[in-house]
Ligand binder design. Structure first.
Ligand code: GLU
Length: 508
């Protein structure tokens, strides 16, 4: 009986593109299962598709998994007892296994040309039948084979499938049955001497002592093929669990349209790895308690394949945004500052390079003011325009700003405020509040009639974060060394009054 520590699962991506929601959900479920059972999580790179595999995609796979914290115990980069972990480096093993099957008669060489096979396929199609290889080369005598080999005829190696019922108990779907006759004698080695996916996977899963194969249900038709190969090779199949498809909320195949992109793109857009981790874990699985915000540790503790559902999982980007907001709001402040700074540097709001203490402290205030408006970190650029941009020409395109420019009473408020602050060297929140109280008395205006013109004059916008949050941001910001200077409160009041004079003289 295997002990819990023997659990060995693998994530086996092909480096033919960036990792997407589906692949990474598979990686995550394998990882959670391994971590929970104290097992091993193995990364195997399936690069037998020579034309489509690229080393840079392999690099991205490492980066994306690391970013999500899906660390592996064995893999091409870290090694392990059953390496190499890249299929292109394991060709010898596949060839030897194919030879063994040829010798025992469980496999045979097929010399059918692509044209002949195509003709078979067309015939099946014309009769409305699913295509199954006719088995023509099964019947070749050893002399015929020797002759063709002598003539250097190209050949594939096919597995001889015995009729019967293939069954397994799927960890997600329960009992699955497959009629072997529907498989036909399938190819295991191509004519170029490379294995097909189904063959390489079985050789590797056996050699790497994989106990559980958890993967997407797109692989369901491969499983009966793999099971018969295991048996022919004298191994016992691992346990299989096929995860349901992921669909968009409209029930159609998941795509970019639903906001599902590559993991790299989620990262660039400013999703936090802990949010994506939590979100992906709930794609097809739910905890017994029903709560949705779960830390990495809670997920490891609670995950179980029993609660993985057969029904398609729905990818809802709104829910992902909600989770991301949650994690953004509770994240460590210094980390938030560092991550947000990257977006602001890219937008040329901040200088590149390490932030000095004053800028860090200031950025912390900026983030406090806008954090509740952010779904993702990338939105920090747009949401902080109110901090970095003060452009009255642009502002005056808004009707509300124009009304203020034309409202005598509103301008009196700004003038009075300017006077109250004339001798204040740094406008603190207290100084601002004192000054607005005085303005209230002087002008008789209160509430919105008082504060709306002040907001418009200071920010150039009719709405935004609370003024008491913006005041210190403007004041401190005006003393920092930024790519574009930030005007202080007094500068803003002056600029607005000047602009208003100009505006009125010129006529709107
Ligand atoms: N390379 C296969 C894929 O990316 C792995 C499938 C499997 O897990 O067996 O789909």
């Amino acid at each position: 009986m295997a002990s819990a520590n023997d659990v060995r699962v693998r994530f086996a991506p092909s480096p033919t593109g960036r990792l997407h929601v589906g692949n990474v959900r598979t990686a995550l479920f394998n990882w959670l299962f391994a971590r929970q059972r104290g097992g091993r999580f193995i990364l195997r790179i399936e690069d037998t598709d020579l034309e489509r595999s690229r080393p840079e995609y392999e690099r991205h796979i490492y980066e994306d998994l690391k970013w999500l914290g899906l660390t592996w115990d064995e893999g091409p980069d870290v090694g392990g007892p059953y390496g190499p972990y890249r299929q292109s480096e394991r060709l010898q093993l596949y060839r030897e296994a194919a030879d063994r099957l040829l010798q025992s008669g469980r496999a045979y060489r097929c010399f059918c040309t692509p044209e002949e096979l195509d003709a078979e396929r067309q015939r099946a199609k014309a009769q409305g039948l699913p295509y199954v290889y006719s088995g023509r080369c099964r019947r070749l005598t050893s002399d015929e084979v020797a002759l063709k080999l002598n003539q250097k005829k190209p050949f594939t190696v096919r597995f001889r499938v015995e009729p019967g019922l293939i069954t397994w108990t799927d960890l997600v779907r329960g009992r699955v049955e497959w009629q072997a006759e529907l498989l036909g004698d399938f190819v295991i080695m191509k004519s170029d001497g490379w294995p097909v996916y189904n063959f390489a996977v079985v050789i590797d899963d056996m050699a790497m002592k994989i106990t559980h194969v958890i993967r997407g249900d797109g692989h369901l038709p491969n499983t009966p093929r793999q099971i018969v190969l295991y048996r022919a090779l004298g191994g016992s199949p691992p346990q299989f669990g096929h995860l349901s498809t992921i669909l968009g909320p409209d029930g159609t195949k998941l795509s970019k349209r639903h906001g599902a992109t590559s993991i790299g793109e989620f990262r660039e857009r400013g999703y936090l790895p802990e949010a994506l981790f939590n979100f992906l874990a709930l794609l097809g699985w739910s905890p017994a308690g029903g709560s949705e915000i779960l830390s990495r540790e809670e997920l490891i503790g609670q995950f179980s394949l029993d609660r993985v559902v057969k029904a398609p999982a729905i990818f809802d980007v709104g829910k992902l945004n909600w989770m991301n907001r949650h994690y953004l709001r509770q994240m460590d402040r210094e980390r938030l500052i560092d991550l947000a700074a990257r977006y602001l540097v890219k937008a040329n709001r901040l200088e590149d390079g390490p932030l000095d203490d004053a800028t860090r402290r200031w950025l912390g205030l900026v983030l406090d003011a806008v954090i509740t408006h952010l779904d993702t970190l990338a939105q920090v650029v747009e949401e902080t325009e109110i901090v970095f941009e003060y452009d009255l020409d642009r502002a005056s395109q808004s009707e509300e700003v124009r009304q203020t420019l034309e409202d005598e009473g509103a301008l009196q408020v700004i003038e009075a405020l300017r006077e109250e602050l004339a001798d204040v060297s740094e406008v603190t929140v207290e100084a601002f509040q004192r000054a607005t109280r005085a303005v209230k008395e002087r002008t008789g205006r209160k509430g919105r009639a008082l504060f709306h013109p002040i907001r418009i004059a200071l920010t150039g916008r009719p709405s935004g974060p609370e003024l008491v949050k913006l005041i210190p941001i403007y004041e401190m910001g005006s003393r920092l060394n930024l790519p574009a200077p930030i005007p202080s409160v007094s500068h803003r009041l002056d600029a607005f009054l000047q602009y208003a004079t100009h505006w009125r003289r010129r006529g709107r």
